[in-house]
Ligand binder design. Structure first.
Ligand SMILES: [Zn+2]
Length: 347
């Protein structure tokens, strides 16, 4: 299957934080032939291992930002809580897909009061999740329950993946299905290459709600070195000065120097620069100190782990219309492969 189709499959899969089953099934199918062992821990992390020796860990998170049904109103409307950091300005007027406990989908829209009845001032006020509700066509709480909807059900704004122009694509969950795909592609590319260490690929749960899965997996895996693979904050858009653009599209993978969760050891930053330069892979720095990643949780586990992050630049993350350039993703795969070929030097 070609790269774009794999990304489509992964981005379209349902994987709200805490409800990653569908994404995990897809990844397991892709990865199982490429590793010696596959294990799912109690939290739902998919931990895949090959080889022996000291451990190098790659991590990408499976979960995406989403919602949870907080309350069902008497007249059938649903109130939502957010799972992860949404840009709440974008929520009004979107279509919503809910996943019921039985595994079925219920479709709805995120509604708000009609503008016609609002005062000038009310119309200018930003509308947050507190003011919004989901309308699934139920006329009462009982009807909503008959549709299978319960408090605690997860939901997402589902924009199907699609190619744009040039090599740009858009989808609902490129943060971090882009990272998941980079990991799969790297495992595939190195399937027949002998590595002098144990390589563990962890597909983590619940990054968007506090780096929870990676923390637990890092304890289990006990890596010496780790690299988190991400889709990160592309902000090369109108109105944003260059000094405030964490990363930019079309410039290759972004190497993190520091974010809010980790200050990467200069030794590892230099190592990544060196191997990128040796391979002729373009790269950029992710400007400090925006965002946080699984590397933040991993590097403080056990006795401490030499950990870093490389990321595919993605615009509009934490919205349903994230976009990336496939060439950036391909370069990130190449940098990950180069890292794995040389990672023994860090052990
Ligand atoms: Zn992410």
């Amino acid at each position: 299957m070609e790269l774009q189709e794999r990304l489509r499959m992964l981005s379209d899969a349902f994987g709200v934080a805490g409800f990653e089953d569908e994404v995990r099934d897809e990844l397991r199918r892709l990865v199982e032939p490429l590793v010696d062992s596959v294990e799912i821990d109690a939290l739902g992390n998919l931990i895949c291992a090959r080889g022996d020796g000291p451990t190098v860990m790659l991590d990408a998170h499976m979960d995406e930002v989403g919602f949870m049904v907080r309350w069902i109103e008497k007249d059938g409307f649903l109130r939502l809580s957010s799972l992860g950091g949404w840009d709440e300005r974008l929520l009004m007027g979107q279509r919503l897909t809910l996943r019921t406990r039985e595994g079925g989908d219920v479709h709805g829209v995120i509604g708000a009061s009609p503008p016609h009845i609002l005062s000038q001032e009310e119309r200018r006020r930003p509308v947050g999740l507190e003011d919004l509700f989901a309308d699934i066509g139920a006329a009462s709480a009982e009807e909503a329950k008959e549709m299978g909807v319960r408090i605690g059900d997860p939901a997402t704004i589902h924009y199907p993946f699609r190619p744009l122009q040039n090599d740009c694509v858009t989808g609902k969950a490129l943060d971090d299905r882009a990272g998941c795909l980079v990991l799969v592609e790297a495992l595939q590319a190195l399937a027949d290459v002998e590595l002098p260490y144990r390589l563990v690929a962890n597909f983590a749960v619940c990054e968007e709600v506090g780096l929870r899965g990676a923390r637990v997996a890092a304890w289990t895996v006990a890596p010496k070195v780790a690299l988190a693979l991400e889709g990160t904050i592309g902000a090369d858009v109108p109105g944003v000065p260059e000094a405030k653009q964490p990363v930019r599209q079309g410039r290759g993978p972004a190497i993190t120097v520091a974010d809010r969760s980790i200050i990467v050891k200069p030794r590892l930053v230099r190592f990544l620069e060196e191997i990128a330069e040796a391979e002729g892979i373009p790269y950029q720095y992710k400007l400090p100190l925006y965002g946080g990643t699984d590397a933040g949780a991993i590097h403080v586990e056990r006795g401490g782990v030499l950990a870093g992050v490389i990321a595919v630049p993605c615009r509009y993350i934490h919205s349903p219309v994230s976009t990336l350039r496939l060439s950036d993703l391909e370069y990130t795969v190449r940098l990950t492969c180069a890292f794995l070929r040389e990672a023994h030097r860090l052990l």
